[in-house]
Design a protein around this ligand. Structure first.
Ligand code: HEM
Length: 405
């Protein structure tokens, strides 16, 4: 165990390849006050309790310094926060308006209609690797897959993808707590969201003139969501759909290559992929802690501590998913694990909106990769990681293969 505060160690890039060995130390203090006055929560029960607590706000406008940020005119108009950063009743209203066209989590019709298309995209991407003996799972596969899917779902033209990719990267950087104060990062986020909003405004106009079978056209033509909220929602879905699944697919391949017995089983028992993907969300979650920090709206007694009103709360979901009080043998990757209520998609009212899509994409992706890459071997272990501690995943994942079938 390295010296020093376990949460600081977790943020330190030096520990990006394996943050998990820090979690037992972190969990010794389930609700730990940090030198900056924030509270880091690392145990399963306490995280779940706070995810469901209406006294815990996701709206950063409850932080006075953030509420005071006003963009200069060249960046106007400033968009309202996306619903991931709103509290009820606005959160619930906007989420259910968007959900109307996405399919509720338990009857994912849009997703089941999309499944053959996802199959096709996966097949085409792997066909494109024919003749190669070295593959970068990130650049060659795990990145283009969810980007293509979310662009089609939203009705974003493929030609605009590069521009949007740059904005998406900037927004991800603003969630990284190691890249500036919360005020600096939110100012950068507001500026980027305003630019993204201007892009989506033009796109919405185009969809109103010529609607397609996509989410933005549906939201724009029914007119129930005010335009600024529609633009924020489009930005949220674009970034959320863009930057998370890539890490689940990549972390998934990395974990399977480190567990060749499971990889071999998946080849012969493709149905195992369902529980294997749930286990990946627990064992190697792309979101180690949510980007939107929480604020206590009242004094909250939890885990033997009182979090004072106004404090920032950081929920380390990845640590909760490795809590031995909740999951037996938590550091073992067990693709057959039952009773796996992991925190990979969060919980409570902000539970991941895209979970059915992310599950479907990753299940199809891993099944096909395992079935078609012959004798895959990791080139470097651990691979190089992307910088953010919260949205964690390899920058590249080089794999050598005998051939691609
Ligand atoms: C929320 C994880 C894919 C859309 C969340 C949250 C987590 C999460 C942990 C909770 C955030 C919080 O509590 O503040 C993931 C993971 C994914 C994934 C691990 C992929 C493996 C997607 C996709 C989409 C999406 C593909 C869009 C199509 C959203 C939205 C929210 C959300 C809109 C906010 C929900 C709300 O505030 O009500 N996601 N997500 N996610 N996710 Fe995902």
């Amino acid at each position: 165990m390295p010296d020093g505060n376990a949460y600081d160690q977790f943020l330190d890039y030096a520990n990006r390849a394996n943050p998990y060995r820090l979690f037992p130390e972190l969990r010794k203090t389930p609700v730990a006050r940090q030198p900056d006055g924030s509270y880091v929560v690392s145990t399963y029960d306490e995280i779940v309790s706070l995810l469901h607590d209406p006294r815990v706000s996701s709206d950063l406008r409850n932080v006075p310094e953030i509420a005071a940020i006003a963009l200069p005119p060249e960046h106007a108009p400033q968009l309202p926060p996306e619903f991931i950063r709103r509290d009820p009743p606005d959160h619930d209203r906007l989420r259910s308006l968007a959900m109307k066209y996405f399919g509720p989590p338990h009857s994912p019709d849009r997703i089941s209609r999309l499944t053959p298309r996802i199959d096709r995209i996966v097949t085409d991407l792997i066909d494109g690797l024919a003749g190669r003996t070295r593959i970068d799972i990130v650049d060659d596969f795990a990145y283009p897959l969810p980007v293509t899917v979310i662009c089609e779902l939203l009705g974003v033209p493929k030609a605009d993808e590069q521009r949007l990719h740059a904005w998406s990267q900037l927004l991800v950087g603003t969630n990284d707590p190691t890249t500036g104060t919360i005020v600096e990062r939110n100012r950068r986020r507001f500026e980027t969201m305003a630019e993204l909003g201007r892009y989506f405004d033009d796109l919405v106009e185009a969809h109103l003139r010529d609607p397609g079978d996509d989410l933005l056209s549906a939201l724009a033509t029914d007119g129930e969501m005010a335009r600024p909220d529609l633009l924020s929602t489009a930005g949220l879905l674009f970034v959320a759909g863009h930057e998370t699944t890539v890490n689940l697919v990549t972390n998934g391949m990395l974990t399977l290559l480190r567990h060749p017995d499971v990889l071999e089983r998946l080849r012969h028992e493709p149905e195992l992929v369902v529980t294997a993907v749930e286990e990946l969300l627990r064992y190697e979650p792309p979101i180690q802690m949510p980007g939107p920090r929480r604020t206590a709206l009242a004094d909250i007694d939890i885990g033997g501590t009182t979090i004072p009103k106004g404090s920032v709360i950081v929920l380390v979901l990845a640590s909760g998913s490795r809590d031995p009080e909740r999951f037996p043998d938590p550091d073992r990757f067990d693709p057959d694990r039952r009773d796996n209520q992991h925190l990979g998609f969060g919980g409570g009212i902000h539970y991941c909106f895209g979970a059915p899509l992310a599950r479907t994409e990753t299940q199809i992706a891993l099944t096909e990769l395992v079935g078609r890459l012959v004798n895959p071997r990791l080139v470097t272990d651990p691979p190089p990681y992307r910088h953010p501690p919260n949205l964690r995943g390899p920058e590249h994942l080089l794999v050598d293969v005998d051939r691609v079938e």
